[in-house]
Design a protein around this ligand. Structure first.
Ligand code: ZN
Length: 489
């Protein structure tokens, strides 16, 4: 096992170095350095792929798999996770990787052009190529009901589209009904104007600190699209974005990324530099960010704590009553853009994408017909038709990048967040009171104890069972939460 851990530890070191190159590219690299940086990153990716598929690593794993470790041991968990990763890496022929890289690079520039002229037909042929390659890619993996399931499995291990359908089943009807009611709650927009950048960043840092983000092992930088990255688990960084007219957006982006970062910073040191030093799955990771962003960051208690400081920092809000501000932060409406959707409508945007992805990969839908299909699904789930393709089928970067099967994890993350929240409320009756006092320590410790410290030691189902006794992901706690929040206000 020692040999296996050391060999894979080196892979993780190389991945951390690659993450740092990427991070620098997004935050500080001068624009003229693009070509050189791409070459450096491609070279390092090649080295990582070589190490991942080396005979040495495979043999070391096989040896450990034969050893009589107990079923629930650290060693068994390492073998399980590593087997999955090595099999994935070994299945993919270099030529397909290269073709996909070229196709997505070309699709990315086509996507930018298509967005500019709000015309999907510019992207359509590129997307057709990517989907054909992804079909080839999916066909490499056996044991799946359909091609789409092989893609989904990459983000959400062991999750099939039939299972996702079962979990999502109550969402469409019930969420739509809740949203219709919630949209009736009057909400005036906040005063416009320029909200100080320095004040936005100061408040974001203050809240991150209060949440328990460890600045000794992390930092906050600025990017257009916020993200979290780790350069090894001793260095977990987040970024945020400042919009001068939307101060809450900067704050809640920070809170969201901080939720991701707390997960990684909370992983037990004995899992660092091992294959278990990671989240359980994409959905589980997202549950941590959404829990902080929505269940904490959009709650009444949270704003009771923070709003006085907000009013002090932003003179525009001096005469805005707390209740008006709270309603503005929680305004619910059917809208076109997923990333700007409120917590009550967000999952409906995911249903649109989930259905389209399944149809694209079952051959039911041709990529050139995607725009009309998109508009049809938007009408079906949200009752609106996007004003043009930019606000419709062209809004997300995922498909041009070849990321099919990713979207469902966002909604699954929302559902898991509510399941965990229910357990937290039961165990900590004073949860709301603590949040209202800006005391996030009990919640953070609860999450660290129940979720974070375990890294990828357990499967999604094992962990859910340990946290809340549930057999699988369920939409019920989420729907209960929405109903409680939006139908009594
Ligand atoms: Zn996220």
């Amino acid at each position: 096992m020692k040999n296996l851990l050391e060999l894979y530890g080196t892979v993780l070191d190389l991945q951390a170095a690659l993450a740092l190159l990427e991070f620098d590219q997004q935050t500080a690299m001068p624009s003229g350095a693009e070509t050189g940086r791409s070459a450096q990153m491609a070279a390092l990716s090649g080295v990582i792929h070589r190490e991942m598929t080396s005979g040495k690593l495979r043999r070391a794993l096989e040896k450990c798999e034969k050893a009589p470790y107990p079923e629930d041991s650290f060693e068994k968990a390492v073998c399980r996770q590593l087997r999955r990763k090595l099999d994935r890496a070994a299945q993919i022929p270099g030529k397909l990787v290269k073709n996909l890289t070229m196709a997505t690079a070309s699709a990315h520039s086509a996507w930018l052009k298509a967005r500019e002229s709000a015309d999907y037909s510019i992207l359509a042929p590129e997307l057709e190529r990517i989907i054909a390659l992804k079909q080839q890619y999916a066909a490499l993996f056996s044991g799946f009901e359909c091609a789409y399931d092989a893609l989904l499995d990459e983000y959400e291990p062991g999750m099939s589209s039939a299972e996702v359908e079962r979990i999502f089943a109550p969402l469409a009807a019930e969420q739509t009904q809740i949203v219709r009611e919630a949209a009736q709650i009057p909400a005036e927009p906040l005063p416009g104007g320029s909200y100080s950048k320095a004040a936005q960043l100061a408040i974001s840092s203050k809240v991150a600190k209060a949440m328990g983000y460890d600045f000794k092992h992390g930092r906050i930088d600025l990017t257009e699209h916020p993200f979290t990255t780790n350069i090894g688990l001793q260095d977990v960084r987040i970024t945020t974005a400042v919009h001068r007219d939307l101060p809450v957006s900067c704050l809640l982006s920070t809170v969201h990324e901080c939720g991701h970062a707390l997960y990684e910073q909370g992983i037990a040191p004995q899992y660092h530099r091992t294959v278990l030093g990671d989240g359980v799955s994409y959905a589980f990771h997202e549950s941590q960010s959404r829990l902080w962003e929505n269940l904490v960051g959009r709650s009444r208690a949270f704003w009771e704590w923070l709003y006085p400081e907000y009013q002090k920092r932003f003179k525009q809000l001096a005469s805005v009553p707390a209740e008006q501000f709270f309603r503005a932060v929680n305004r619910v409406q059917f809208s076109e853009i997923r990333t700007e959707a409120d917590e009550a409508t967000y999952n409906l945007h995911i249903l649109v994408r989930f259905e389209l992805e399944k149809e694209l990969f079952s051959g039911k839908l041709a990529p050139r017909e995607l725009r009309d299909a998109w508009n049809g699904k938007m009408e079906k789930f949200l009752g609106i038709t996007p004003r043009n393709d930019r606000y419709g089928v062209l809004q997300d970067i995922h498909w041009p990048l070849g990321d099919f099967g990713y979207f469902p994890t966002y909604a699954l993350g929302n559902l898991i967040a509510s399941q965990i929240w229910e357990a937290a409320e039961t165990l900590m009756p004073e949860l709301e009171q603590n949040i209202g006092a800006g005391n996030f320590k009990p919640l953070r410790e609860f999450l660290r104890e129940k979720v974070h410290r375990h890294g990828a030691r357990y499967t999604r189902e094992q962990l859910l069972k340990q946290i809340c006794g549930a057999e699988s992901i369920s939409a019920r706690p989420f729907l209960n939460y929405l109903r409680k929040k939006y139908t009594v206000a």
